[in-house]
Ligand binder design. Structure first.
Ligand code: 6LW
Length: 539
């Protein structure tokens, strides 16, 4: 049998499902990685690994309203691009929060970045409340130089042109910062702008006599790339651009696309590694279609030549990576929550910060009980919805719900959710035409609605969403006493293409990825009757 060390390949993405803008740190053989969480709550997932390829979600940095209060964000608003760093036994995570993200408003209201800190990364409740920086911008990076000075770099519309450059847009600026107050202690200085118009996602490191500045350039779509500069004079520069920029380039015909926004770490053997975002679209007869996963986290080895970093040996990022000391894993598809503990498993998300408690795990033990808020899933406000990230192309989402509503304006069911403008759902309602019966309603992102009358007035209903080339929606009634009840065929009542589910005009819509979930809502009225979900599973 081969040992782990003899094998050298690994599967990318290392963290599947929407997990963009990765940032990473390490200590004594442990690695911790954080990603952007946008409009979802809790904010900033924290993953842990000991081998860089098997990652486990261990908690979140923002779990309280005092840390994260997002009310009506646009799709892709909320928390952007965290950086995680460990300094003298304390973990720091920076981020920016756009509550209501509108590109045209960015100029006028650039976000304030902040950091939270903890000495105990294993306890999500131990993260501090945010300490806001006085410097505006997004994509905050913190760098402690050897003399203890702390440098904050951020991205915003640039202050001035570097002579000779035609750049016009987002650029990276740096200042020193007092970590007690978050206030700047020096004026911001422009350190990187790009001819592409977008330079962002900065991360600064020291290696030997040089400081290195890594930047994501060209925007996060097909023009995305990663660049490096170095400085002998410290983080204020002058910075010298690397001889090989961009560091690699995945194109629009590659299996992994839009790669960039890298952060770096060294392992216990002193080897360097990069984590970065990329997307894996599907190839169809008509070309590439959008990735349902959005942007995910990938891993590449880093080597050094003439004191310049070489990423992935200068090769494109692929789904099968190779690097010494790593081995291949397959992520299991099966996952299930029976709701038989008093708290939810990790990995459930709300859209926005909930304002009121609208669920219970104890009123009906063994079930997740939802009291639907008066916001439909089309509302930018916080609806009563619990979501999980889609991580596999071919996977099925299934739940069983008991819901016997009084009002015809309330509904409980299962959803595939891209954002509040684009989602498809299958749910139980009271019939609008006959108050003695119930219906199952399929509502597609294309806005078609199909109603189907249920036979039983009180049976639990199994709801199934099959993911693959398209999303297929089905249900079956669980009628007690029917011998082959469990064998009853699922009745399929709707289908939505992946393209319909991922097409969306707002800029930030492509920042996140597909979620599958459970919900209950009333159209402008609170659901007085609870919906009890017995379990939820992927298989
Ligand atoms: C991220 C920034 C970006 O903060 O997208 O297009 C933002 N560029 O680097 C959200 O992921």
């Amino acid at each position: 049998m081969s040992t782990l060390q003899e094998l050298t390949c690994y599967k990318n993405p290392i963290i599947p499902g929407f997990n963009p803008d990765p940032s990473i740190t390490s200590h004594n053989g442990d690695f911790w990685l954080v990603t952007s969480s946008f409009e979802y709550f809790p904010g900033i997932p924290i993953y842990h690994s000991r081998d860089l390829i098997k990652w486990e979600l261990i908690g979140h940095a923002l779990t309280r309203k005092s840390q994260l209060d997002i009310r009506t964000p646009e799709p892709g608003g909320g928390i952007w691009a965290p950086t995680i760093r460990l300094r003298d036994g304390v973990f720091y995570i920076t981020a920016a929060c756009f509550d209501r993200y509108r590109p045209q408003e960015d100029d006028r209201v650039p976000p304030h970045g902040f950091y939270v800190k903890t000495p105990n990364i294993w306890d999500s409740t131990s993260w501090s409340d945010p300490i806001f920086f006085s410097q505006v911008g997004f994509d905050q990076d913190l760098f402690w130089d050897d003399d203890g000075t702390v440098y904050l770099s951020t991205t915003y519309r640039k202050l001035s042109h570097i002579p000779g450059s035609s750049a016009k847009d987002f650029a990276v600026h740096i200042c020193t910062v007092d970590m007690v107050t978050g206030n700047s202690t020096s004026a911001p200085r422009l350190i990187r702008e790009s001819n592409s118009g977008v330079s962002e996602g900065s991360h600064i490191f020291r290696r030997g006599r040089y400081c290195y500045l890594f930047t994501a350039e060209g925007g996060t779509e097909s023009g995305h790339s990663e660049w490096v500069s170095r400085s002998e004079g410290g983080p204020f520069g002058p910075w010298e651009l690397g001889p090989q920029n961009p560091l690699w380039r995945n194109g629009v015909d590659d299996e992994v696309q839009n790669t960039g926004h890298a952060d770096f770490v060294t392992d216990s053997k002193g080897r360097w590694w990069g984590v970065l975002l990329g997307v894996r679209p599907t190839k169809t007869a008509n070309g590439w279609s959008n990735s349902v996963f959005g942007r995910e986290t990938f891993l590449v080895p880093v080597t050094w030549e003439d004191d310049w970093p070489v990423l992935n040996r200068g090769q494109k990022v692929t789904l099968l990576g190779s690097a010494p000391g790593l081995y291949e894993i397959n992520l299991p598809i099966q996952w299930r929550d029976d709701f038989d503990r008093n708290e939810l498993q990790l990995g459930w998300y709300r859209k926005n910060t909930p304002r009121k408690i609208d669920f219970s795990m104890t009123e009906n033990p063994g079930a997740l009980r939802l009291y639907g808020a008066p916001y439909s899933l089309s509302s930018p406000a916080c609806s009563t919805m619990f979501l999980r990230k889609q991580k596999h192309h071919k996977v099925t989402w299934r739940t069983q719900v008991s819901f016997n509503p009084i009002s015809p304006n309330t509904e409980a069911g299962a959803v595939v959710f891209w954002n509040y403008l684009t989602y498809s759902s299958i749910g139980i309602r009271r019939s609008p035409s006959d108050s003695s019966s119930r219906i199952v309603r399929f509502r597609s992102a294309g806005l078609a609605v199909v109603d189907f009358e249920l036979q039983s007035d009180d049976a639990a209903i199994v709801l199934t969403i099959e993911c693959g080339e398209a999303y297929k929606f089905g249900f079956r009634e669980v009628v007690e006493g029917h011998a082959n009840d469990l064998e009853t065929e699922v009745r399929w009542i709707g289908e939505v293409s992946n393209d319909t589910m991922t097409a969306n005009p707002p800029v930030g819509a492509a920042f996140t990825g597909m979620m599958l979930g459970l919900y209950a809502f009333g159209d402008s009225e609170q659901c007085l009757v609870p919906a009890d979900f017995d379990y939820a599973e992927f298989y």
